[in-house]
Design a protein around this ligand. Structure first.
Ligand code: HBI
Length: 95
């Protein structure tokens, strides 16, 4: 079971990903993405979905036309874990 990050390990891990903000009132991180149109957004979501399946670690997300909001947290651990940081890195790479 992956443990949630805390203390120095947490701040060091979060420092390796850019533009992810803490969710107010919850141990989770979030980032918003904006694309040219729905087609671009959908393509991004498809790439993320395949990466999430491969990692067996899934985002909480919403999509409105060209915008995608993503929240990452490890439900099994009750907070942000290294799995979330790793998935965030992949998400940024496919954006
Ligand atoms: N995704 N974000 C997130 N958090 C989890 O705890 C999680 C997941 N995807 C799959 C998963 N856990 C597996 O442990 C399933 O057995 C639930």
């Amino acid at each position: 079971m992956t443990a949630k990050l805390a203390g120095k390990a947490r701040s060091q891990a979060l420092a390796t990903i850019k533009g992810w903000k803490k969710v107010r009132g919850r141990d989770a991180i979030q980032k918003s993405f904006r694309f040219a149109d729905f087609n671009e957004a959908w393509g991004f979501m498809t790439r993320v979905a395949m990466a999430a399946e491969k990692a067996d670690h899934h985002p909480e997300w919403s999509n409105v036309y060209n915008k995608v909001e993503i929240v990452l947290s490890t439900h099994d651990a009750g907070g942000v874990s290294l799995k979330d940081v790793a998935l965030a890195r992949v998400i940024d790479a496919v954006a």
